[in-house]
Design a binder for this molecule. Structure first.
Ligand SMILES: C[S@@+](CC[C@H](N)C(=O)[O-])C[C@H]1O[C@@H](n2cnc3c(N)ncnc32)[C@H](O)[C@@H]1O
Length: 343
């Protein structure tokens, strides 16, 4: 772990401390633009996240998916302090460079956000005014052929966000049996041709291992030819990415731990990009915000011991047509926000 709390423990805001708030001015041009850093990732729903989290001097935020640093930068520009994490070493390196001007307010840690309590605890922080995760991959990860995230670029079949984790997509595709591959494509990709594709992969690998993104994309395209505007390998790559990075379980773990790290009135904001993730976010937040639970077998509703939040967004926030035009990737982004109840 690097760069522990640059502002020193004496200044840490704990569960009791807060302050600031109110309407925020429009963010200035980003530091990255001013300093001409290479494009990495355009943050989605940026204005909406800022409006929901209300960053201000004296407030402390957690950004569990630092990526290119766009959301963190907006929080820092409003005078807040940020503890950020990413499991991708390359993202950390880039974002630290970008956010150098805010070094006194910012600390970046390497790790999976599912383990944030253990990692953040070591910094001495015990509570946040707001927490954000913007899950999924960054544009940089997608564009870098060497990372193997995209079937549009030929590269090794990797798909790991953490390049030090042990299992790549190639390992999975070349070793799992047909039933397991089918389960992955069906459960994580909701791929209607999961069975046919799994069978084609097992057949293809008999003649030699499947090593590249193009090899796999070709196998899928032959097994399940294009029937819509979408490339036939879209859902297979989504499913493999979710499996390789254990993304749904990481999200579950994060959501289970995060609310107790929020100060009273602190907000949790989650941006997701597909229905599998959004379903988990929606159901978990609904459960954590339900004062009572009722089950058919119970004579009456019971108090929910897990109720620590109230929902801020009953309906998810989505990108405006203007944002979608500028950044088509924002089309599928969904933001949900909940607030910690007073203790
Ligand atoms: C969509 S990008 C975030 C973009 C960022 N909000 C910005 O403004 O540039 C997602 C980032 O989160 C990271 N990530 C995804 N899942 C993670 C996890 N479980 N733990 C830590 N980092 C994760 C990825 O490596 C990637 O860099």
């Amino acid at each position: 772990m690097d760069d522990l709390m640059p502002w020193g423990r004496g200044n840490l805001v704990t569960r009791e401390g807060a302050g600031g708030g109110g309407d925020s001015p429009e963010p200035a041009p980003t530091e990255a633009a001013v300093r001409n850093l290479p494009f990495y990732h355009a943050p989605v729903l940026l204005a909406e996240v800022v409006a929901m989290l209300q960053p201000a001097p004296g407030k402390l935020f957690f950004d569990g998916t630092l990526g290119g640093g766009g959301h963190s930068e907006a929080l820092l520009q409003h005078g807040a302090r940020v503890v950020a994490m990413d499991q991708d070493q390359n993202a950390l390196k880039h974002a630290k460079e970008r956010l150098k001007p805010y070094a006194a307010q910012f600390c970046a840690l390497r790790g999976n956000f599912r383990n944030f309590p253990q990692i953040v605890e070591e910094t001495g922080v015990s509570g946040f005014d707001g927490m954000l995760v913007d899950i999924g991959v960054s544009s940089h990860q997608l564009d870098d052929a060497a990372r193997g995230f995209s079937f549009m670029r030929d590269g090794p079949l990797d798909l790991r966000m953490d390049t030090e984790s042990s299992r790549t997509a190639a390992d999975l595709v070349n070793t799992e049996d047909e039933a397991e591959l089918m389960r992955i494509f069906f459960e994580y990709g909701e791929e209607p041709n999961a069975r046919r594709i799994a069978r084609a992969i097992v057949k293809a690998r008999m003649t030699g291992p499947i090593r590249t993104t193009f090899q796999l994309a070709d196998i899928v395209s032959v097994a399940a030819p294009k029937r819509s505007k979408r490339h036939p390998a879209t859902l297979v790559f989504q499913a493999l990415r979710i499996a390789v990075n254990d993304e749904l379980a990481a999200l579950h773990d994060f959501l289970a731990a995060a609310p107790r790290w929020l100060k009273p009135g602190g907000r949790l904001a989650v941006i997701s990009f597909h229905s599998l993730e959004d379903r988990i976010v929606k159901q978990t937040l609904q459960h954590l915000a339900a004062p009572f639970i009722d089950r058919p077998e119970w004579p009456e509703a019971r108090k929910n011991p897990d109720c620590v939040l109230k929902l801020v967004t009953r309906k998810p926030i989505q990108a405006t047509p203007q944002e979608i035009e500028l950044n088509p990737r924002s089309r599928s982004a969904v933001l949900r926000v909940a607030e910690r109840l007073p203790v």
